[in-house]
Design a protein around this ligand. Structure first.
Ligand code: ZN
Length: 414
């Protein structure tokens, strides 16, 4: 696909006949109009049932990245989506969440088909003020002073383009739900406060991972955090240090004993925060650290948390100190089995746009984790973003276009 071809050569003519036949039942006018181009040189993919309007998609994407939308301040992006849907008479429901909103878009479809959810998020990490998109013939980046925001505005743009295509081509489809969550980047906050009972769908396609379109995340980790405050005993550091128990000393001993970094191919631990003490002339009474642990295997995560807790307790005991520990499961992981029917749908949809699926394990969480936890089978799919959360973030235009075509193919396949 993607090469140039003379429209009226025999193979191509056969393609046209097939498209015209499809058009009777599905696309009506759209493909017939393409036939009028016979005799000119046209990119073959433009004749595909899953073609999108590249220029319009680029415009939508660059419009979106120029709108600043740090977590909890997504109003500009939300209003942009609502405005784009309005001429198509598609209602979008703004559902309050903290000081922002989740946006739910429902599009009625043939009731005999199964409803499907498409989900992405409207916030970005910082710095995201005054993003200047730099568009070359093959890719889009920022000017290097900010992030780009393809995470996750590439998905927002792809959803808008796919919705516009089904509307203008009068394509048939099942009941569709599009969820644009807020505050994903600061702990999946938007999706966590969303009432899942509002959804009819039992399957979900979340577009929020990076790399080439076709990448399918089939496993993502459970993620927990441990807060620990070590309590020692203060004393004057110069006059009677032997009367004190330094919380900082005990804390450093604990940290030196902890498992850390990559534990195995699906488990990681990281101490990310420490603080403590009040002055150099005081033996520190309190010290604090916080760590996270992740594993796609919930049993491994539990066992590593137990090990950590044991190390803390035994070390404070040794020094006659105390520890207050808080364990918190931030979100659950998920595993999609290789024979799950959702993967069948994804593979068929990718086949329609001539892309080979690649299954991968993610080390990060996304809205997908929360949606799965709520009993809706959800898979995280790549939307083409690269170097996310850095000023070197970019997206290949080919991936931006393929992302929108993939959404269209999924809508058709479900
Ligand atoms: Zn994201």
């Amino acid at each position: 696909m993607g090469g140039h071809s003379t429209y009226c050569d025999i193979q191509y003519f056969l393609d046209v006949i097939i498209i015209v036949q499809h058009s009777r039942s599905m696309m009506q006018g759209a493909a017939l109009i393409s036939v009028l181009h016979c005799g000119t040189t046209i990119r073959k993919e433009e004749l595909s049932m899953y073609s999108v309007n590249r220029e319009r998609l680029l415009q939508t994407f660059t419009d979106l990245v120029k709108i600043s939308s740090p977590s909890w301040n997504e109003a500009g992006v939300i209003d942009y989506i609502v405005k784009k849907l309005k001429p198509m008479k598609i209602q979008a429901e703004k559902i309050p969440c903290g000081k922002s909103h989740n946006l739910l878009v429902r599009i009625d479809g043939e009731e005999k088909r199964r409803p499907a959810l498409f989900s992405c998020h409207t916030d970005t990490v910082v710095p995201c003020e005054n993003v200047i998109p730099v568009v070359t013939s093959s890719r889009i980046s920022s000017d290097g002073t900010t992030i780009l925001g393809a995470d996750d505005k590439a998905a927002v743009a792809a959803f808008i383009e796919a919705i516009t295509c089904i509307h203008e081509q009068k394509r048939t489809h099942g009941p569709l739900e599009f969820l644009f969550s807020c505050a994903e980047e600061v702990g999946l906050c938007g999706i966590k406060c969303f009432d899942m009972s509002l959804l009819k769908s039992k399957i979900a396609f979340v577009f929020d991972s990076g790399g080439e379109v076709g990448k399918v995340i089939i496993k993502a980790p459970y993620h927990s955090t441990i807060d620990c405050t070590v309590k020692g005993k203060s004393a004057h550091a110069g006059m009677e240090p032997e009367k004190g128990v330094s919380a900082i000393k005990v804390l450093s001993e604990i940290i030196s004993k902890l498992p850390h970094g990559r534990i195995d191919n699906e488990t990681t631990v990281n101490v990310g925060l420490i603080s403590g003490g009040s002055a150099t002339n005081i033996v520190a009474e309190e010290a604090y650290f916080k760590l996270e642990a992740r594993s796609v295997d919930s049993k491994k995560l539990k066992s590593i948390e137990d090990d950590i807790t044991l190390i803390i307790h035994s070390t404070v005991k040794e020094y006659n100190a105390k520890a207050v520990i808080t364990r918190n499961l931030e979100y659950s992981g998920f595993t999609i089995k290789e024979n799950d029917s959702i993967l069948g749908i994804i593979h068929r949809a990718l086949g329609k746009i001539n892309i080979t699926p690649q299954h991968e394990i993610s080390g990060g969480g996304s809205d997908t984790n929360i949606i799965n936890r709520a009993g809706i089978k959800a898979v995280n799919l790549s939307i083409g973003m690269r170097n996310v959360h850095t000023k070197k973030e970019y997206i290949m235009i080919k991936d931006l276009v393929n992302g929108a075509r993939f959404v269209l193919a999924l809508i058709d396949t479900v």
